[in-house]
Design a protein around this ligand. Sequence first.
Ligand code: CP
Ligand code: NVA
Length: 309
Amino acid sequence: PAKAEPKDFLHISDFDKATILKILDRAKEVKALIKSGERTYLPFKGKTMAMIFAKPSMRTRVSFETGFFLLGGHALYLGPNDIQMGKREETRDVARVLSRYNDVIMARLFAHQDILDLAKYSTIPVINGLTDYNHPCQIMADALTIIEHIGQLEGTKVVYVGDGNNIVHSWLLLASVIPFHFVCACPKGFEPDEKTVEKARQAGISKIEITDDPREAVKGADVVYSDVWASMGQKEEAAHRRQVFQGFQVDKALMEIAGPKAYFLHCLPAERGVEVTDEVIEAPNSIVFAQAENRMHAQNAVMLHVLGL
Ligand code: CP
Ligand code: NVA
């Protein structure tokens, strides 16, 4: 029997391969419409979205708010001082109150358990805008960007260089549903969550490698991917991490080992001169701004899907 469609988008692997590819096709379609200047497609007309941010954001906030508006809806920004989930009010109460006003919730939180609780008690769809554990909207946008530039994600070699963080967990979960070659090159002690690596390996869909040798890892890469060494909530560790992560900077020499066909991706914000050099991020094969733009288009399609539109 077919699995019941989940109401929420909390992890990439909440959807099966066919659904992910369908959403990405829809993203391309609606992107073309928006870019053509067409402003009469308003599927979110009369709908509202509550956006809860416990952490800072540029892309996530602006892309969700703008995308929802362009398709006819109204999005509310609720910053770290507004809801204070778990402090001012219990998550289960926030979930049930917002469900009575809004059609969809998007949340960027610290603890992953908080978004699971939010989804559990909400009667409306909940979309994960990043937790300490994962960042599924980012990886949907990344997949869209790879499909646009390479033609397909299937069979490509994606090499992530840096901290085994929330971005890596979403890549691993994507690799558990769509076949490609995923390599994470990270310093010892900064590997991604073991259970998530195991889950991706057990799925038997993709080739998964975890290594501490970035130079070996990037050979033959279609995509080299970088992210900050200290994520939100870890900024006090930044100085220490800069020491430990020596050798994991994506620079020109590393991109040369990867080869001329390799694109550079970064979820942004980037710390130039730390995890990536200015030269690499400004190079012609760096597609980080196309990638950032696709946040909006990928998410529009995710929202259309969870709202059944
Ligand atoms: N990539 C990303 O999520 O960016 P923001 O933190 O600016 O939303
Ligand atoms: N790993 C980063 C991603 C930012 C979009 C963080 O969590 O801060």
